[in-house]
Write a protein of this length. Structure first.
Length: 348
């Protein structure tokens, strides 16, 4: 990385010819203008130089008037998914990495990020639900397309999956499916292939799996299309394989603070009192890894919830793993949770 940055950087006193040479050396279609301590002052692309030349500049003119001082950059702590999200939002092929002092320390390239750690596993996202509990919002838009921080929930899921190395993604669609299909197309703009499982009638989170065009060669990921989470899909797949599970269920520690003092009673006497206790439950996070053999148990053309498939495995005494989701997880299925996801607090 240090060697690459050395090829890509030029001084503020450089001329356009030197900028073109840096772009050629680095083979990244961009050069970076830095000062002596290494602070990033601006970026220059081959397009910037071409437009300057067409406007009458020469190769010996200074680069500073041509550079873009309003560049997009990220910190060293930015996650891969966050970077991909930003690249998609601003249609960028490269984003510089700056340290806390604003010095150039690295570079994210879209072509490298999409080509890294590619997984053979399929991912299936259930995006066909009506979203009754989010009405009236979902009267005019499908639930997975509801926006949080300016971006549809489903797009955040797709970007996260691509960032985790998934190249084949299936979207199960039913309600207002045309809105989803127009938005995502074939997935090429996201660096993946998106195919659609079209439910003529609602089939549930499990029944939609009967529409898959074939049997996958590897364990596959299934998740609900209304989740805001940055879960570690690679870690979940590894957990599933290491423990020899037939199915693995993503689980989350759900915490709730009772807003009252809770009384412990013994007949008609108070035996104890707990002020606003905090309770915890391990809940199904709506994320699964399944072995391909389980598809044979999914009925065709019939409403079938995915938890029923997991329960069947348990009845048969087959191994079902519990993978704990660490970090943020919000099921945006209720108005209260949507407000929380949007940082609006609880208005109930």
């Amino acid at each position: 990385m240090v060697e690459r940055l050395g090829h890509l950087t030029i001084a503020a006193t450089a001329v356009l010819r030197e900028a073109m040479q840096a772009i050629d050396r680095g083979a990244c279609e961009i050069a970076f203008v830095v000062d002596a301590p290494g602070h990033l002052l601006g970026t220059v692309t081959d397009g910037d130089i071409r437009r300057a030349l067409l406007a009458g500049a020469t190769l010996e003119d200074p680069v500073e008037p041509v550079m873009n001082p309003r560049f997009t950059a990220v910190s060293e702590t930015a996650s891969r998914t966050e970077v991909l999200d930003l690249m998609q939002a601003r249609t960028l092929g490269h984003i510089p990495i700056l340290d806390s002092q604003g010095r150039l320390v690295g570079l994210h390239l879209l072509r490298e990020m999409l080509g890294r750690d590619e997984k053979p596993n399929w991912a299936v996202v259930m995006a066909g639900g009506r979203g009754e509990r989010l009405r009236p919002i979902t009267d005019s838009i499908p639930k997975p397309m509801v926006k949080v921080a300016g971006r549809p929930i489903l797009e955040r899921i797709v970007l996260h999956l691509v960032g985790q190395g998934f190249k084949t993604i299936f979207l199960s669609v039913n309600y207002m499916s045309d809105v989803i299909e127009r938005y995502f197309g074939d997935g090429s703009s996201y660096g993946c292939q998106i195919q659609y499982l079209r439910e003529e009638t609602p089939l549930g989170t499990g029944g939609a799996l009967s529409l898959l065009p074939g049997k996958p060669m590897h364990p596959f990921l299934v998740l609900n299309g209304d989740l805001l989470t940055q879960f570690d899909a690679s870690g979940m797949l590894a957990f599933h394989a290491e423990r020899g599970c037939l199915a693995t269920v993503g689980c989350y520690e759900y915490l709730h603070t009772v807003p009252y003092g809770v009384l412990d009673l013994s007949e008609d006497r108070v035996a104890g009192m707990r002020e606003k206790p905090r309770e915890s439950w391990t809940v199904n996070a709506g994320i699964y890894v399944l072995e391909p053999a389980l598809l044979a148990r999914v009925p065709k053309g019939t409403y079938f919830p995915l938890p029923a498939l997991v329960e069947e495995c348990l009845d048969r005494k087959e191994p079902v793993g519990a993978y704990h989701i660490v970090g943020d997880w919000i099921d945006v299925g209720h108005h209260q949770e949507l407000r929380r996801a949007r940082g609006e607090g609880d208005r109930s």
